[in-house]
Design a protein around this ligand. Structure first.
Ligand code: FEO
Length: 400
């Protein structure tokens, strides 16, 4: 995309990435893509706020040189050092050797450890202001949204919040950068929730702290470094992030995530009747086959919903490996305070449900029990599965 003027002398100069399949090497963005939003303020002092991945460096340099020669650049604000926002740094410094890098004290340490950069770094304090001519920037320390060095930058004249990962979302920008009426906002909000649950959710308390800290400052535009720029309803994305952060450790919505894996269809047959029982009670269910659905798409459901039904067979005396991976990720992402139940084929020996039980203890989820069967489920066992699903659904609804 070509650069876009956000306000006079303030430009989006970002790039889309439609090639990376796994963001951070983990999270599927194959179908959705992502944007690395970078911004240029062309005043008496010329500033870029956040950069892009190393892979998209050439494109970013083309965007910048639409407006200025790189040697004219005075500052680069590094809101966050993760390489999706700083991968272009070394190449740009070579073209702008006297540019000053602005960031937190922690950023200075990380510039050395990630890039070997020790020169031309200016640490900005929490609340410090920088006069650019007709614009003024104010820097806020917002640690752990997403890494410890993170800051946010507020442009005081136009009231634009450059929030980097905060209020960001997956999804390439499809022809427009703004939350305008013609844009599929529901899709972008879904991508923002997925980004939140994948990347930011573990840091929900710092997100709440940042929102509280910024509450005294009117925001006309939220300009994150991924996803849409919110100029029509900046409050919408701030409220969404605040709401999602509020789920941390709290009972979720009266609904369930049904995760299953199946080698030869036996556990899947049981899953179908368990799901029927849950639906009989009117409980909304999201069903995921963990062998093929990406963890990136599973996490939003786990984050928001109270119940987790887990169907997996025994595999070599243990829980089916792809299910164990999902439970391990739930632990890493601080998904607590759930109520869980399990089922699955124990083949001939069992062991899967034993490991499942260990995981539930590890996660400190409330256990509703489990249902195991040998080989393939009989019709009586399938009927029992339906009753099991219904009883679980009633429990989820009563607990919330
Ligand atoms: Fe978009 Fe934490 O990087």
């Amino acid at each position: 995309m070509q650069p876009v003027e956000i306000r006079p002398s303030i430009y989006w100069i970002g790039v889309n990435d439609r090639h990376t399949e796994l963001f951070e090497g983990l999270w599927s963005i194959r179908d959705e893509g992502v944007s690395y939003n970078s911004y240029l303020i062309k005043d008496k002092k010329k500033v870029i706020i956040d950069l892009c991945s190393k892979m998209t460096t050439d494109e970013l340099i083309d965007q910048i040189t639409t407006f200025i020669d790189l040697v004219e650049l005075d500052y680069i604000v590094i809101n966050h050092l993760e390489p999706d926002h700083s991968g272009a740094l070394k190449a740009i410094i070579q073209l702008a050797p006297s540019v000053k890098l602005l960031g937190s004290a922690k950023t200075r340490e990380m510039l050395e450890s990630f890039y070997g950069i020790t020169e031309n770094i200016q640490v900005v304090a929490d609340g410090e202001e920088l006069d650019l001519g007709s614009h003024k920037l104010k820097f806020f320390s917002t640690p752990f949204v997403h890494w410890p060095e993170t800051i946010m930058t507020y442009e005081m004249t136009e009231k634009i919040l450059f929030s980097c990962d905060g209020f960001g979302g997956y999804g390439a920008l499809n022809g427009t950068i703004f939350d305008d009426r013609n844009v599929p906002l529901a899709w972008y909000e879904e991508q923002a929730l997925r980004y939140y649950s994948n990347i930011v959710a573990s840091f929900s308390k710092p997100v709440k702290n940042a929102i509280a800290k910024l509450a005294a400052f009117p925001v006309a535009i939220v300009a994150p470094s991924h996803g849409l720029i919110w100029r029509n309803s900046p409050k919408r994305i701030i409220d969404l992030y605040n709401t999602w952060a509020g789920y941390a450790g709290e009972p979720g919505d009266p609904a369930a995530t049904l995760l299953y894996a199946s080698m030869y269809g036996n556990t899947e047959r049981m899953m179908e009747t368990v799901a029927q029982g849950m639906a009989d009670e009117g409980l909304p269910i999201n069903i995921f086959n963990v062998a093929k659905d990406s963890i990136s798409h599973i996490l939003p459901s786990l984050w928001l919903r109270q119940g987790v039904m887990i169907g997996a067979p025994t595999y070599e005396g243990k829980l089916f490996p792809t299910m164990a991976n999902v439970l391990s990720m739930a632990q890493r992402k601080h998904i607590f305070n759930k109520i869980a139940a399990g089922f699955g084929s124990c083949a001939w020996l069992g062991g899967g449900q034993r490991e499942y039980n260990d995981w539930i203890v590890e996660l400190k989820w409330q256990s509703f029990g489990s249902l195991e069967f040998k080989g393939a489920p009989t019709s009586d066992e399938l009927e029992e599965g339906r009753r099991f699903g219904a009883a679980f659904a009633r429990k989820v609804k009563e607990r919330v």
